[in-house]
Design a protein around this ligand. Sequence first.
Ligand code: GLA
Length: 808
Amino acid sequence: MIRVEKLGENEVFILETDKTSYVFMADKGGSLVQLYYGARLGLCDREEAHVEADAVRRAVLAMMPKYVNPNGCSIIMDNDEPNKCIDDLRLEMSSRGKGDMREAFVELLYDDGSRTSDFRYKGYRLSEEREVPCGLPSAYDDAGADRDFSLVVELADRNSGAVMELVYNVYCECDCITRFARIINNDSSVIIVKRLMSAQLDLDMGAAKVVSFHGDWAREMNKSELVLEGGKYVSDSSTGFSSNKANPFIMLCGLETSEESGECYAANLIYSGNHRECVEIGAHCKTRLLTGINPDFFEWRLEAGESFCSPEAVLTYSDTGYQGISENMHGFVRSHIVRGKWKKKERPILINSWEAMYFDISERKLLQLAKTAAGVGIELFVLDDGWFGKRNSDTTSLGDWYDNKEKLPNGIKGLSEKIRKLGLGFGIWVEPEMVSEDSDLYREHPDWAVAIPEKAHALGRNQMLLDLSRREVQDYIIESMSDVFRRGSVSYVKWDMNRHMSDYYSRALSAERQGEFAHRYILGLYRVLGELTERFPNVLFEACASGGNRFDLGMLCFMPQIWASDNTDAVSRANIQNGYSYGYPQSVIGAHVSGCPNHQTLRITPLETRFNIASAGILGYECNLCDMSSDELSQIKEQIRLYKEWRKVLQFGQLYRLGSGGRKGSMYDNDAVCWEILSWDRKKAVGITMQSLVLPNFSHRSFRTKGLCETAEYHFYNRKLKYDIHRMGDLINTSVPVHIKQNSVTHNIISKFVKLDGEIEDFSLLGSILNKSGVQLCQSYAGTGFNPQTAIYQDFDSRLYMIEAVGD
Ligand code: GLA
């Protein structure tokens, strides 16, 4: 809901969602001053709008800063407002050179060399149609025409003919507000945009805790919490892409805010290129959050009459800690970012050939893998890297998207037909934004690769980027990919991108426009993705960038899921997926069960744990099923049966990060994760726990749910599992009459027939009991005895708990 009120010389803008309000005003001098962002004030309640005008006026008067005396050496912008220092105000938008000394929202370079802008309020419009940033993906609302449309606030630059429009959209049910800015050059001379951010939040919160997410290849999304008392903190990417180094999702909260309580703000950007999030505590203790395109490696030349839009940013607020933020952001991503046929559709369980055979593929081996996969219930076969050109390693052939007939004599067409006959869908891996120097494409079009002419260029994973800022390159990708997708009649595409940007340059741009290259690349990418997803509306696209090197809302506008990390080790994954869970729902996170020892860490984890962690995402398998024992295959078959039964809850339910049974934050907290995923009707939930290392003599665990219907009766149970006797090592000798040497032939033979029974958890309880007291779980083995009710809960062991409402 949006409401605009004229109060004296001030224009007040009120944006309200179901649980939040965002209020700012244009003051007499034309500055846009932020008044409030937080829990809902109810200033927009329409039926009472008429009678409430006076209440709104009084509320705004109370919130307004009082300009009484100037501050010492501060800059006074206008002579007729001698007491107003903008450095001490909370601003909706700020620029450099007029007295606000903090990080700026906009920076322009004029043709006389000056850089001081002076944007003042000009007016507003309630646009009839949702306004979106030109050429960029954006949020959408398919809820119908009764929604408010965009609020557009216009500002004019007193120092030039530039006009700025700040565009706002409100997403009520998930308590999100989006913002972006548009600059229009109505001047007769060129203006260089040095920066144009997407959102600025100036909050009255003093010291703040900043929560951001960092990492690198194979270790994405580590949560960083930092207390900022003064100065600036920057989380950014200048890799060319949103990056695995710093995700654009960021939270800002009070020092006491925790998982479940306290005030928290969050921002994310609908953009896949370089981004910058800056938190600054100014000298007057106002806390500023800015998010937008990273001004590093960026500038944009605006000729007279041209305009430029920043990407859309999404903002949200919760007074129920990080959990509230996650709920808002998950809802937003599910309803207003992900689109198309797969938006609400359960995603297929896939088998991917990469970790199973890397480049060493052949039609025979692939079909064997597919056959085994079909036998255990897998639904989709994904042919990963190695199928095209002369691709036997990562040094060659990117760009040559024709079949490698040595490996696939019948091409992807023949292979896919055979795969479909096995009852599986056929999916394919491509990396269309790249070119290998050793490729026909590069030999034909060396100028299409990103490099500075006559200068040595850098490689990343032995490859170069194609210059997607060029229309002919975009067209080549669209046509070559359309041909691949048609040839293979694919139902799934894994769209990979495996390096950072370097040697920023496009031969198609003039010298003075080279600063536009990185952003133009992303605009080109979006054109390609828009065209292909429109041509192939039924295909399920999964984005990938060496795992999570481009895990962002921009990609999610085209592709409903993203491969979260190349690291498939369950222990690493638990942390990575937990990191993503703050800002992204499980329905967008690709997660696979892989071989053991794990290929990235060489760690050994139980198959059950690998499944449990992957089941909190879009499940796939990425291992050589053909080499697995019949025991393992039947375990996998059972996992898949279970996942299918609970898939809707697991993929689309609400995830809660729970505290580990009474030990959270203590030195005894050894739970790597403790999650619950709850269905929307609250009739079903799944609990997922995984422990890091065993704590000796600490065998009691409990599980407490969240969100169950307090008055409904639930059946809480675990999976009835059997464990290999090798797990007890030579302790077998404590229960057999003859001595058995560990790992001897006898030991191995016995292990085929005798299994250890897993513990049984079985409760029928009211939701209130499960939510409040929780259940005490079976005691874990602790070195002092063993019986069938003892849980074998070793290093990296994990459990799934199923929770189902009984009756109606
Ligand atoms: C990247 C991807 C992997 C795999 C390989 C293939 O690393 O992230 O999943 O597809 O490329 O080369």
